[in-house]
Design a protein around this ligand. Structure first.
Ligand code: GLN
Length: 452
């Protein structure tokens, strides 16, 4: 714990942490030492973790990287973090993210962008660690924590993992409790780990997951031992390769990496099956209707009364709400609220929101059909390697295109993971994505281990 705290101090310029909890970490580590000395302790006893600052932590400032949550210190602990502490993990602090997890580069954070510890060969340009879980991915990549929690609404675990050479797992919707996690889009949000390797991710997910009476969408199923399946044979497994994920103008390196992944799967004894998912082209538009719609509703609670920031200047309660929200939310969050309220408004609901939900169901059906023929689907995680800070921040549509391979998994509620698989010409890491049947994370972990 002391070694990690020292590294965090040194790596301040990366801006990965919003809050560090050094005293708490040392106390937790001491308690773990005592347990370990007696031969006791959980699966994560004494393991120092970073927590995305979207998870409520009792007595520890929780910001969601938003000005509107200034000074918000929860009096309760999220289920995920409670599970981790139950198993002995140590809390190093709270990690930076895009404001309310809206973004793909960590540049929408009120606390400033995070810098990717990776650089292009011979080029000092600062790159994004991806987003929204940019603090999580940068911290794990720079070894500022042994592993981190993250959340994935449209790719925010898998894309940052891909851009930083780390492993990121988005479990099936309902595998992990959302209780105590600041809500973005409730029908898409899932928490999962970012870790240094597949085994660490397996141990982390086992601790994070499990039934929770406090979240009615969290399923009542026992959590398998994901670590136990690592190294098991993939012989005879069928791997789907969807042609619609081959995008025009996709960098050659991504194509190559994908082909490499296919070869690795063949070498492991898998059968490769060409599949077609024609609804893929609607995934981004559907996501950018459904996610803002849910966000606009979830964010209605930030009104200056219950949490965090309240405007100083106002004349009546309405102007208090208005000024608080005008000051408290950043541009991207306001954009989502505008889009969300628009697509939900009378007259537009049928044309946008309802239609998007219908297409979402079709995307789900298409995956269900594909998974009657294959066990896993293999795709690239991202359409490009890490890009420069500022490169896409003025163009929301360019930014949204980052999520093209990942949003489908959220819309269909499927488990998905990104595993480091290679490098581009400039030495930047690239990941491959595996998607699996609902609640079949075990098969996904087997495949991930073969790629790693
Ligand atoms: N980049 C996507 C968005 O901005 C996904 C974010 C996420 O998964 N939290 O909505």
């Amino acid at each position: 714990t002391d070694a990690y705290l020292a590294r965090i101090e040194k790596a301040k310029p990366l801006n990965a942490f919003i809050t560090t909890t050094a005293d708490k970490a040392r106390d937790m580590a001491k308690a773990s030492d005592t347990k370990l000395a007696k031969g006791e302790g959980g699966d994560l006893e004494g393991v120092p973790l970073g927590i995305k600052d979207l998870f409520c932590t009792e007595g520890v400032l929780t910001t969601a990287a938003s000005h509107i949550l200034d000074g918000f210190t929860p009096r309760y602990e999220s289920t995920v973090t409670s599970n981790l502490w139950r198993d002995g993990a140590v809390c190093l602090g709270k990690l930076n993210l895009d404001e309310f997890a809206m973004g793909s580069s960590n540049e929408t954070s009120f606390y400033g962008n995070v810098i990717n510890p990776w650089r292009r060969e011979g080029d000092d340009t600062a790159l994004t660690p991806g987003g929204s879980s940019g603090g999580s991915s940068a911290a794990v990549a720079a070894r500022l924590c042994a592993a981190a929690t993250a959340t994935d609404t449209g790719g925010s675990i898998r894309q940052p993992a891909s851009l930083t050479n780390t492993v990121g797992v988005k479990p099936t919707y309902g595998r992990v409790s959302r209780w105590g996690i600041v809500a973005f889009a409730s029908s898409l949000d899932q928490a999962g780990p970012v870790a240094q390797d597949v085994r660490d991710a397996a141990v982390m997910l086992k601790s994070m997951a499990g039934p929770d009476p406090k979240d009615s969408t969290c399923i009542n199923r026992p959590v398998p031992d994901y670590e136990a399946v690592l190294g098991q044979s993939l012989k005879g497994m069928k791997i789907g390769v969807p042609k619609e994920y081959r995008l025009d103008g996709m960098p050659e390196e991504i194509e190559k990496l994908w082909a490499q992944g296919i070869d690795w799967m063949k070498d492991a004894g898998c059968e490769i099956v060409d599949i077609s998912l024609p609804m893929t082209k609607y995934a981004l538009p559907v996501y950018y209707i459904v996610a803002p719609a849910e966000a606009s509703s979830n964010l209605a609670r930030y009104d200056g009364v219950k949490y965090g920031h309240r405007a100083k200047d106002y004349t009546d309660i309405l102007s208090m709400y208005e000024n608080t929200r005008a000051e408290g939310f950043g541009d991207e969050v306001k954009r989502r609220i505008l889009i969300g309220t628009y697509v939900l408004s009378a007259g537009y609901y049928d044309a946008y929101y309802l239609r998007a939900q219908k297409v979402r169901k079709k995307i789900f059906d298409e995956f269900t059909d594909a998974f009657s023929k294959v066990d896993l689907i293999l795709t690239p995680s991202t359409p490009s390697a890490a890009f420069a800070l500022g490169e896409k921040s003025d163009d929301p549509v360019q930014m949204y295109l980052n999520d093209v391979f990942t949003v489908t998994g959220n819309l269909a509620g499927l488990p998905g993971a990104s595993v480091p698989a290679g490098y581009d010409k400039q030495g930047l890491p690239l990941g491959l994505q595996l998607l699996a049947r609902p609640f079949d994370e075990e098969t996904m972990f087997k495949g991930m281990y073969a790629i790693e």
